[in-house]
Design a protein around this ligand. Structure first.
Ligand code: URA
Length: 424
């Protein structure tokens, strides 16, 4: 077996055997197969695709490339949640204390942002001194004592994905459904949860631009999860505009706190309750309706927010120290009309370039910068009424570029639904 032959086979659109995939992935992880050879194989896969069987095999090989987390010493059913990435997506920050406030253990590992989307770990680090680097024993002990912990991904979890993703990021091979499915699912399976809820974003601000692509990805991930005996549910949700109003780390933490107090923006509140209902119904084996009512109650009675404070304090954070930039500029609408569209992808890039995100993994983040939308798609706005606020740091911001993210509509219209479909 040679890597040249494997690349050639995929280039000619033949199926790869499990042995061939293992030869390529394991050889790449241990350095015998070079970056340029793996890049060529990834490009052949991106162009010609893979069968479900190939994708299931690839996921298993990636999963077995590193450590697997054992959560069996935590009592109860552990349900993990993952999003394929969106602009303004702070649902994890709200969901984990909310679900934990119902006595369901939440052992959450999250990532940092890269590209136009943020990451939960960068967001939570807006809270001064919040420690995301617990060792495995402390992580598990904290879940056993207060019911929830949030840490950054550990060093040797799916090293194959780490190396492959770094190549994909710079070789235009991110947007391959089998590669995305195996990347996400190998990490979810390695993280040790019993059940998995996935939020697959669809639209201009997401990796999956169309419903049919998103559905194919969701079905594939459900199939991979079930193959490993982990019940997996995917929710297709719209990312045609940023989620909630805030984009930028500290601003998103503040909006999460509002949401935990039952005072969040409508779309974020709706998404949290949908994903939370599925998580709780899976963990407690109750109906989604029953789960929904329990979650809503804890948003309104303060228990969800109290659990968040407990989480922050347990990890050394200071809940009173979340620093948003004090340089705030109010941007007014240039004309009267209805907001037809907000380009979430472009807005995500602008906020990243203001300092909220990174272009390379080593870039420093400015947690205090970002944008807060005063109007969303479908809202009516008068000329000179406030459209958004910009929280500026030490990088230049081009206001016209931000205004270019908006298009207006002459008429009121029915907004497309946020929750598109549930796939199990
Ligand atoms: N998120 C991942 O973890 N992997 C991908 O390939 C794409 C999005």
């Amino acid at each position: 077996m040679t890597i040249e032959r494997i690349i050639d086979k995929k280039r000619l659109n033949y199926r790869l055997t499990k042995e061939e995939l293992a030869f390529a992935v394991n050889g790449f992880v241990n350095g015998k197969i070079k970056d340029y050879q793996m890049s060529a194989l990834l490009m052949a896969i991106t162009i010609n695709g893979m069968t479900d069987e190939e994708t299931i095999n690839l996921t298993e090989i990636m999963l077995n490339s590193g450590d697997k987390i054992d959560l069996s010493s935590i009592n109860g059913i552990k349900v993990d949640k993952h999003s394929t990435g969106g602009v303004g997506d702070k649902t994890t920050l709200v969901l984990i204390p909310l679900v934990a406030s119902l006595g369901i253990p939440v052992a959450k590992m999250s990532g940092r942002g890269l590209g136009h989307t943020g990451g939960t770990i960068d967001k939570i680090e807006s809270i001064k001194n919040f420690n995301v680097k617990l060792n495995m024993d402390d992580f598990i002990n904290q879940v056993n004592s207060i019911g929830v912990a949030l840490v950054s991904q550990t060093g040797n979890l799916v090293p194959a994905d780490k190396k492959m993703y770094a190549l994909r990021d710079v070789t235009a091979t991110v947007e391959s459904i089998p590669l995305i499915a195996s990347s996400i699912m190998s990490k979810k399976l390695a993280s040790g949860a019993d059940k998995i809820v996935l939020d697959v974003k669809v639209g201009a601000g997401a990796l999956m631009k169309t419903y049919s692509e998103a559905k194919r990805l969701a079905e594939l991930m459900v199939k991979i999860g079930n193959h490993h005996g982990r019940e997996t549910v995917c929710v297709l949700t719209s990312m045609s505009e940023p989620l909630g109003n805030a984009i930028g780390n500290a601003l998103e933490v503040k909006e999460s706190i509002d949401t935990l107090k039952g005072k969040g923006p409508k779309d974020l509140h709706e998404l949290v309750l949908k994903l939370g209902s599925i998580m709780v119904s899976l963990a407690k084996n109750i109906s989604e309706e029953e789960a929904y009512n329990m979650l809503e109650e804890n948003l309104n009675n303060g228990k969800a927010y109290d659990k968040f404070v407990e989480l922050v304090e347990a990890q050394g954070g200071d809940i009173n120290s979340i620093e948003v930039s004090d340089k705030c500029i109010s941007i007014k609408a240039k004309k009267t009309g209805v907001i037809g569209d907000i380009n979430a992808y472009k807005m995500g890039e602008i906020v990243r370039d203001m300092g909220a995100g990174r272009l390379t993994i080593d870039d420093e983040i400015d947690h205090g910068v970002g944008i807060v939308l005063s109007k969303k798609v479908g809202d009516f706005v008068l000329e000179n009424e406030e459209l958004l606020k910009i929280y500026v740091g030490n990088k230049d911001v081009n206001v016209n570029e931000i205004l270019d993210c908006y298009s207006s509509s002459e008429h009121f219209f029915d907004k497309s639904p946020l929750i598109i479909e549930v796939i199990k």
